[in-house]
Design a protein around this ligand. Structure first.
Ligand code: ADP
Ligand code: MG
Length: 501
């Protein structure tokens, strides 16, 4: 504390002042207040002490004062009038409170708050906090990016699923946490601000409690599992195809052996029989039915990738050009066929007959999907699978591929149909019209070529099949493997071992 007269001369100081300012009593007394322990407002019109001289009863302000040794100390300064016995104003009493520790604590708090905030913001999952009325009272940035920039103050149930009430039929996680004060978690589905469906694994926990211990705020953390879910679905789908493939392949193999015997003996019977034998017609029936069975079995073998294929480097564009006429005949006059082929040669290691079969099956289906006409577009282009692509699509090995897409403007497919089309014998066509084998053959062939096939379709919106085959870059390789195929044609004796007599 120090006492000043009306001209700001220091009249008195106490020990606390001396300790705080580093200025001794003797040094201080007689000096102007702004010469000792000065601050930024000293000797300026802003000096609050002047207001005491003008009649104010008390001023209080925070300021940084300079000690004798030049260091600064944050203080709260209180000024009050110094009055004589008669009540007349003699001067000003100035009191100083050192708030260094307070300031340090404040700074530390600010820093730790900043750190905490940085931590919360750096978490890649959306986090929101709700009060008892389900108002969102805090969120991290990623939550704002996901659910909307202005979610603070909104009701969480209005944001999620744009529903007015907490998600039905499940009880709302936040409400549950408010009710029993425990943590809850579940998979939830929400519609984000762009209208996209996102799946989250969501945990709700009590963040703050009232004095009586009852929850006053609940924090929810959202882990996006949409991609995870999609990959899982794809894996299940692949596993299903694998299982069906093995089953079909196993049956087809054994059945093929049986058919070989039937056809063999049938043919023998046919040749041994006299030309005019009345039973000859029966044998013919047996043989032609067996031939049909062979076709069926071949389809199953194709699906289960057990077909023997003749791989050679071929130019995919060439195959399409050569097949164009046949394809337009398959689809008929009402459907317009166009091809958009990549400028460069697209060399793939493939069995050209099989690739032709793929194109024919897809064209046949497109025709059936466009009974009133439409258009069929076949495109080729080269694409590259990078790790990002593989991650988002859930399949593939990195490298260059040929993308062959077959797009129609037909009836399209719903989701549950889309999921089953590659299964053998899955057909939506009437008996006699569809076998349900076309796409399973296509699937098997593409897999046997180390390729991938996807379908993009919606009811009424047409269908696009996308097929990816590994692209071979160098022409040299083409010649090399062509050489190999010449070498293969030797004069060796081949021993065939078969366990079925
Ligand atoms: P099939 O043609 O004998 O029915 P597929 O295996 O070729 O057998 O096709 C299976 C099913 O997939 C079809 O019955 C049809 O429901 C659906 N489908 C295939 N291609 C298309 C397409 N381009 N547009 C709409 N649906 C299709
Ligand atoms: Mg078909």
């Amino acid at each position: 504390m120090r006492v000043l007269d009306k001209d700001f001369n220091i009249l008195r100081v106490n020990d606390i002042f001396s300790t705080l300012s580093g200025v001794s009593r003797d040094e201080a007394i007689g000096k102007k207040c702004y010469e000792v322990f000065r601050g930024p407002m000293c000797f300026t019109p802003d000096c609050p002490l002047t207001r005491i001289l003008a009649g104010e009863k008390r001023v209080e302000y925070e300021v940084e004062k300079e000690r004798k040794d030049g260091t600064r100390v944050p203080c709260i300064v209180t000024g009050t009038p110094f009055q004589g016995h008669d009540g007349k104003l003699i001067g000003i009493v100035e009191d100083f409170k050192d708030i260094t520790t307070h300031k340090q604590a404040e700074k530390a708090l600010r820093e730790s708050e900043g750190k905490l905030n940085a931590m919360l913001q750096s978490i890649g999952d959306p986090i929101i906090m709700m009060d008892k009325d389900l108002n969102i009272i805090w969120s991290n940035e990623i939550a704002k990016k996901t659910f909307g920039e202005d979610i603070i103050g909104e009701k969480c149930n209005e944001i999620f699923n744009k529903m007015k009430e907490p998600l039905e039929p499940y009880p709302c996680l936040t409400l549950e946490a408010f009710k029993d004060g425990k943590g809850h978690d579940r998979e939830i589905k929400v519609i984000d601000k762009d209208g996209e469906t996102i799946y989250f694994h969501c945990t709700a926990n009590v963040a703050l409690r009232d004095k009586d211990g009852s929850p006053s705020a609940v924090i929810e953390i959202f882990r996006n599992i949409t991609e995870h879910k999609r990959l899982k679905e794809q894996l299940l789908q692949a596993q299903k195809m694998e299982a069906v493939g093995q089953l079909a392949g196993g049956i087809a193999h054994d059945f093929n052996n049986i058919l070989t015997a039937i056809i063999g003996y049938g043919t023998l019977l046919n040749t041994e029989m006299g030309k005019d034998d009345p039973l000859k017609n029966y044998v013919k029936q047996i043989l032609s039915s067996s031939e049909r069975a062979v076709k069926l079995i071949q389809a199953l073998l194709a699906f289960s990738r057990k077909q023997i294929i003749n791989l050679r480097p071929i130019n995919l564009n060439g195959i399409i050009i050569a097949l164009e006429k046949l394809l337009s005949r398959i689809i008929g006059e009402d459907i317009e066929l166009s091809t958009v082929l990549a400028d460069e040669d697209l060399t793939v290691i493939a069995d050209s007959t099989q690739i032709e079969q793929v194109l024919m099956n897809l064209a046949t289906n497109a025709r059936d999907a466009m009974p009133d006409g439409g258009s069929l577009i076949i495109r080729t282009e080269s694409v590259t699978f990078d790790y990002e692509y593989i991650k988002t699509h859930g399949y593939g090995m990195p490298g260059p591929y040929v993308l062959l897409s077959v797009e129609d403007t037909g009836v399209g497919m719903a989701k549950d149909q889309r999921e089953r089309i590659f299964e053998p014998f899955y057909t939506t066509k009437e008996v006699g019209k569809g076998t349900g084998l076309g796409l399973s053959i296509v699937y098997g062939i593409i897999k046997q070529h180390n390729g991938y096939i996807n379908v993009y379709s919606e009811s009424g919106k047409g269908t696009t099949f996308k097929i990816y085959l590994p692209l071979i870059k160098s022409k040299v390789e083409e010649e090399k493997s062509a050489d190999l195929s010449i070498i293969k044609r030797g004069t060796e004796t081949i021993l065939v071992a078969e366990d079925d007599a």
